[in-house]
Design a protein around this ligand. Structure first.
Ligand SMILES: NC(=O)C1=CN([C@@H]2O[C@H](COP(=O)(O)OP(=O)(O)OC[C@H]3O[C@@H](n4cnc5c(N)ncnc54)[C@H](OP(=O)(O)O)[C@@H]3O)[C@@H](O)[C@H]2O)C=CC1
Ligand SMILES: O=C1O[C@H](COP(=O)(O)O)[C@@H](O)[C@H](O)[C@H]1O
Length: 489
């Protein structure tokens, strides 16, 4: 144990331990934390799910997941240390009496109980009831709740109300793993530690902003969950709105969770509502058809495992967002997110305004505007596109567009970039809630997203098809073209 010797060990209970999130992200992140000696020696990990597994078969399942998602890059010693922490309990989460088993698995005298809800939000209420009736909780216990919390504002309020009956607000950790990503956190540094951006981060200087969160994967066998949810609720309600708030909120008074939550809520309240009257012009819904990703054929959404061929769920959304406040008046923010895009790419492009007059007509009829490109993943870093003089001795000044390139992997060679889940799981184990979300901001985000969902339903807006391996339907290009703009490709 090196860095965190002042933290208490935990009983980390993962509900839904055999599910996709647990296997793909949580166990992998925990293994990586183990590798870097960041987990207390006495911390235990208890997997809970409804299948008839045993401690040892759960250990095998965890090993297979690591093999699959870490490309077999498993160190024997680290694995042995990690495997010793693992145990399994079969609990049907809808059956309150089965939660009593937890009492013999945890040790509240020695360890803090951290309950990780890695299941559908439909089960959150049952888990709260079950935990309450089991008597396993105490004032130190924590709970980590996955996004999306609920399906809409109403269900989110219901869940938060039930959670509040069992956990005090300071025991509740609402996770959005994008807030654990280094590059998302770096937005705070970029904006609030650099005087360069202080005076120009507003409608006087910025023309528009683009936020792209593209994934090349499809729904990865998660039909039941995804088809009921869709890309708007799965990605935009949480990850994209979180990125948006970090890019556009007012400077917080300090770095405390409270100050940041306050600014995010103010920003979310300023988002102009999208209703059935303007939803067709402001949004694009898409659904992928069969196509190719990096040369390999992939099935369409309606041919995915378990698919219902009638589904009109969207796997792609593009939206023009307007923020009704002094800073952002007249500056559109275009956001798009989708499955089966050509590659995985999360980036923010801040497009600055053109200069009022061009004295370099020999080089450019119209001077290309400056751009700040923030690469959130992969190839984390920041680029500034600017104009420079091409060196030379002839009399004319000739310009060229050049890139000022700050690559994280180059610049911070000695620092490992931790994944979002690694960072946030560690914070939950340490009992630091700073990077988690407040109830109010989630409910505010639902209010805005519900209005879009209702408008689509009201207008019977069908998703537009796009072949896998493309950046969404053609209508997404038209969304910007109507404003005389284009997506950054
Ligand atoms: N997967 C991901 O990449 C991400 C997921 N999330 C969120 O995490 C949560 C879980 O997602 P995901 O892992 O994909 O979902 P999965 O359906 O893959 O996993 C849920 C697990 O819970 C089990 N389960 C369901 N009902 C019960 C029950 N009554 N008692 C005990 N176990 C039960 C399921 O078993 P069974 O298979 O038998 O139904 C399954 O093993 C969701 O809220 C999702 O939004 C958030 C970010 C990323
Ligand atoms: O929350 C979710 O996020 C993942 C994408 O996460 P990333 O860290 O790989 O960008 C997404 O695939 C999943 O559908 C969604 O539930």
């Amino acid at each position: 144990m090196t860095e965190n010797s002042n933290f208490k060990p935990c009983d980390l209970v993962i509900y839904g331990a055999l599910g996709d999130l647990s296997k793909r992200k949580l166990l992998i992140s925990l293994y990586r934390l183990e590798k870097h000696h960041l987990i207390e020696a006495d911390t235990r990990i208890i997997g809970v799910d409804r299948l008839d597994e045993t401690d040892s078969s759960f250990v095998d399942i965890a090993h297979k997941s690591l093999q699959a998602f870490l490309n077999n890059d498993i160190d024997v010693q680290i694995w042995q240390r990690f495997a010793q922490r693992l145990s399994y309990l079969k609990i049907d989460l809808t059956q309150p009496e089965q939660y009593k088993q937890l009492n013999s698995a945890i040790d509240p005298e020695k360890r803090v109980m951290v309950n990780y809800f890695a299941v559908s939000p439909l089960l959150f209420k049952s888990i709260c009831h079950g935990l309450h009736s089991s008597g396993a909780l105490n004032a130190e216990s924590r709970m980590v709740m996955e996004k999306p919390i609920g399906h809409d504002l109403k269900s989110s309020v219901e869940i938060n109300d039930v959670v509040a009956q069992v956990f005090h607000e300071n025991q509740v950790y609402r996770i959005d793993h994008y807030l654990g990503k280094e590059t998302v956190l770096n937005l705070l540094a970029l904006r609030f530690a650099n005087s360069l951006f202080y005076t120009c981060w507003n409608h006087n200087t910025i023309d528009h902003i683009q936020i792209t969160v593209g994934e090349d994967i499809g729904i990865e066998g998660r039909w039941d969950y995804f088809d009921k949810t869709g890309q708007l609720r799965d990605m935009l309600q949480n990850h994209l709105l979180q990125i948006l708030t970090f890019v556009t909120m007012e400077p917080p008074a300090d770095l405390s969770a409270q100050s940041i939550h306050m600014e995010k809520i103010k920003l979310l309240k300023a988002l102009r509502p999208i209703t059935y009257l303007n939803v067709e012009e402001k949004t694009v819904r898409g659904q992928y058809t069969a196509g190719y990703i990096q040369g390999k054929p992939v099935p369409g959404y309606l041919e995915e495992e378990g698919a219902n061929t009638e589904s009109t769920t969207e796997s792609f959304v593009a939206i023009r967002v307007d923020i009704d406040n002094w800073r952002w008046a007249g500056v559109p923010i275009y956001m798009r997110t989708g499955k089966r895009m050509p590659n995985k790419r999360t980036e923010i492009v801040v497009n600055f305004k053109n200069l009022p007059h061009n004295i370099f007509k020999d080089s450019f009829h119209e001077l290309p505007a400056n751009k700040l490109v923030i690469h959130l993943q992969p190839n984390e870093g920041v680029d500034v596109m600017m104009l420079n003089k091409i060196p030379g001795i002839d009399g004319n000044i000739k310009l060229q567009q050049t890139k000022l390139d700050l690559s994280f992997s180059e610049t911070f060679k000695k620092n490992r970039i931790f994944g979002g889940y690694e960072k946030l799981i560690l914070e939950a184990l340490r009992g630091n809630p700073t990077l988690f979300l407040s109830r109010e901001e989630i409910e505010q985000a639902w209010t805005w997203v519900d209005s879009i969902q209702d408008a689509w339903q009201h207008n019977h807006t069908p998703p537009k098809p796009y072949p896998a391996g493309n950046w969404g339907p053609v209508a997404s290009v038209a969304l910007l073209a109507r404003d005389g703009r284009a997506w950054e490709e």
